[in-house]
Write a protein that binds this ligand. Structure first.
Ligand SMILES: O=C(O)CCC(=O)C(=O)O
Length: 276
């Protein structure tokens, strides 16, 4: 296929990006199925890591208290959004073959980017309620009938996320907590009373800078309190099954500069083909 041709399925995008059945090992697939997440160590090389960190800091300095406004702001947290339009350095994150293979293993069908945000909690902040990332905002108004959960346990999974650690995630700087296996349960608000409290089965996902975690977003998870105040910058390329709404309308936000720079496969994954 010519590199400039239009891509019309995730299968075609995968062929162009070099994703196939062997991209994930059997153990990686098992982790996703059973624990609900998989850890890829050293996925970001040193040079790229440095560039990503520098760009993150540069954007935080430029955007100040406006950071994250395109999608979401959070007290005590330096957030960024719309990163696909804020630097070529981010192009390789949401199109990384290993990440895409893991996302497809979770969603098992055609999908697209939902949003690409960044998050860095400051000292004494960052604790989030245990949550899953699936809620009624993904449906057109009036479509969802709330019956105690937003997803039937027999339905396929709808959302998945990758966590790109730009700093080391430690026990005391606000690493993400997860409760392994809970992607197979109902959402936490229907199962536990105090979602801010530690959960007896929670695990802190720690890792060196350069580690990437792919997580089923129906897994119960959340940021923890940054006690030490050391930075814990993370990027969140986040995906949704193609039939649902994106957290950030990519077609509305895509700039001509980004559109012209990225590949047809990337345009398909952002769902912006024909925007210009
Ligand atoms: O950055 C993290 O540790 C997780 C963030 C998260 O789950 C969220 O913002 O919804």
């Amino acid at each position: 296929m010519n590199i400039k041709e239009k891509v019309s399925s995730i299968k075609e995008a995968f062929t162009l990006l070099g994703v196939d059945e062997s991209t994930l090992s059997a153990q990686e697939k098992k982790d996703l199925d059973e624990k609900g997440y998989v850890v890829f160590e050293n996925l970001i090389n040193e040079k790229w890591l440095k560039e990503l960190k520098e760009k993150y800091e540069e954007l935080v300095a430029i955007e100040g208290n406006k950071g994250g406004t395109e999608v979401h702001q959070e007290v005590g947290t330096k957030r960024l959004s719309n990163l696909m339009n804020k630097g070529e350095v981010f192009d390789g994150c949401y199109t990384h073959p290993k990440v895409l293979a893991a996302i497809h293993h979770i969603l098992k069908r055609d999908f697209k980017v939902s949003a690409m945000n960044g998050r860095d909690s400051v000292k004494g902040h960052g604790l989030q309620a245990l949550h899953e990332d699936w809620n009624d905002s993904f449906f057109e108004e009036g479509v969802v009938e709330q019956d105690g959960d937003y997803r039937n346990p027999n339905d396929p999974f709808n959302v998945a996320i990758s966590l790109w650690m730009l700093d080391e995630f430690k026990e005391d700087n606000g690493a993400t907590r997860v409760v392994p296996g809970t992607h197979l349960k109902k959402a936490p608000q229907f199962c536990i009373d105090d979602r801010m409290a530690d959960h007896p089965e929670q695990v802190l996902v720690t890792g060196k800078a350069g580690t990437v975690v792919v997580m089923n977003s129906h897994l119960w998870h959340g940021g923890t309190n940054n006690i030490s105040g050391e930075p814990r910058k993370v990027l969140h390329p986040y995906y949704v099954a193609r039939e649902f709404k994106q957290q950030q309308d990519q077609r509305k936000h895509i700039t001509k500069e980004t559109y012209d720079r990225i590949s047809p496969a990337a345009r398909y994954i952002l769902d912006v083909e024909g925007a210009f």
